[in-house]
Design a protein around this ligand. Structure first.
Ligand code: PLP
Length: 410
């Protein structure tokens, strides 16, 4: 008899996207002619840039020839990609990251779910509310919490609540915490941490001997050049922060799969005897034990995103999505909606109208405008009363959605 990991029972059945799907199907069945526009799911819609597909085609051809075939590659990633990352993402912004501090992977979802393994079960974890659910669920699975209470919160976490008053960028906690998950630009609120806010986080982590897990999946959507794109642009962050980055939103790799995590050698935890241990060594051990490297073809594609043509083409895609975000923000703002985010991220966080619950607002938007978004409550109790719209869609659909929402709610 195999005894199961009982902590999985603490997780509610995955509810958000199945429930959205159920409601949309029911509506569509009752209104077969309605053309529903989906601004709900956080997935890109533009195809891969030509520079990337060319590099991947060439890599496939290499794989098909004896002389240039590649078997297992280095678990941490090929040098050509690691060097491109070091130069373009870090050195170009004045940050020195060593090659062996970069761990190429097949996605930030896995990295953000797996990283908790290297911390003690008793580690005190802080998460924001609303939040990217992976940070929460992966720690629940590991057994760091009790079952969720009636308010949807798990005893054992420190929750940092994002509100309109704090611009959805909560301050560091007063209580002691060992590890905090931050995401900026933020999914779901679309807001971004300023340099001063990141400086407070780094100062807090240093003062409290805490570690910041910084998810920068949307860094390339930052439009203000004075905002930091990496937490390592804050002095001292290399002693307290790990950074997660992904090619998913920046180069359309959601279906290709490539990401990386930076684990600087200066970031340490303590073992049971109180001895300092570098997280880099622990993560290297974990990564090389449980992961056999992202595919050669995919890493060639990711490296091509840094070529002059690749940068130009992928930056144009991001500019396209951000123009969608601007159109949504300005037209819905003019129609009277209260909107956050959408300036440095492809998400808008909208206050529901008339104090509607986020699911009631979902139904209103679906039935009155045939537009699908994501109820804020799906990202945590503090998301109640808010709604996420994504800018990932065609221009025609964005314009059509705006027109319908203005007509229905104007
Ligand atoms: C999309 C997203 C990622 C990227 O995940 P991948 O597994 O690399 O596709 C990471 N973090 C957040 C918050 C995201 O929204």
């Amino acid at each position: 008899m195999a005894r199961i990991n009982e902590h999985y029972a603490k997780l509610p059945a995955s509810y958000l996207f199945p429930e959205i799907g159920r409601r949309v199907r029911a509506y569509q069945a009752a209104h077969p002619d309605a053309k529903v526009i989906r601004l709900g799911i956080g997935d890109v819609t533009e195809p891969l840039a030509p520079a990337i597909t060319e590099a991947m085609h060439a890599a496939v051809d290499e794989m098909g020839k004896r002389e240039t075939f590649h078997g297992y590659g280095p678990e941490q990633g090929y040098d050509f990609l690691v060097e491109a990352i070091r130069q373009n993402d870090y050195a170009a912004r004045g940050v020195d990251i060593a090659a062996d501090e970069i761990f190429v992977s097949d996605g930030s979802k896995c990295d953000s779910g797996n990283i908790q393994e290297i911390f003690a079960l008793g580690a005190r974890i802080a998460v924001t509310d609303p939040v990217y659910p992976v940070y929460v669920d992966s720690n629940v699975m590991a057994g760091r919490t009790a079952a969720a209470g009636p308010d949807g919160r798990y005893p054992g976490f420190t929750y940092l609540v994002g509100t309109e008053a704090n611009g959805f960028q909560p301050e560091p906690p007063a209580e002691p915490v060992d590890v905090v998950y931050l995401c900026s630009p933020n999914n779901p609120t679309g807001t971004v941490a300023t340099r001063a806010q990141l400086e407070r986080w780094v100062a807090w982590a240093k003062a409290n001997d805490s570690i910041i897990l910084f998810d920068a999946a949307y860094e390339s959507y930052i439009s203000d050049p004075s905002l930091p794109r990496s937490i390592y642009e804050i002095p001292g962050a290399k002693d307290v922060a790990l950074e997660l980055r992904s090619f998913s939103k920046r180069a359309g790799f959601t279906g290709v799969r490539c990401a990386f995590m930076v684990v600087p050698k200066g970031v340490t935890g303590v073992d049971p005897s109180g001895k300092r241990v570098a997280l880099n060594a622990l993560w290297a051990r974990r990564h090389t034990t449980k992961f056999n490297g992202a595919s050669y073809v995919v890493q060639r594609g990711a490296a091509a995103a840094y070529s002059p043509a690749g940068l130009e083409q992928t930056n144009a895609q991001i500019a396209f999505y951000m123009e969608n975000a601007r159109l949504l923000r300005e037209s819905l703002g003019a129609a009277g909606f209260t909107i956050f985010g959408g300036v440095h991220a492809p998400y808008l966080w909208i206050r529901t109208t008339g104090g509607a619950s986020s699911w009631d607002f979902f139904d209103q938007l679906l039935t009155k405008a045939q537009v699908v978004g994501t109820p804020g409550a799906g990202f945590g109790p503090a998301g109640e009363g808010y709604f996420r719209l994504s800018a990932f869609n065609s221009r025609a659909n964005i314009e059509e959605a705006i027109g319908r929402i203005r007509k229905a709610f104007g």
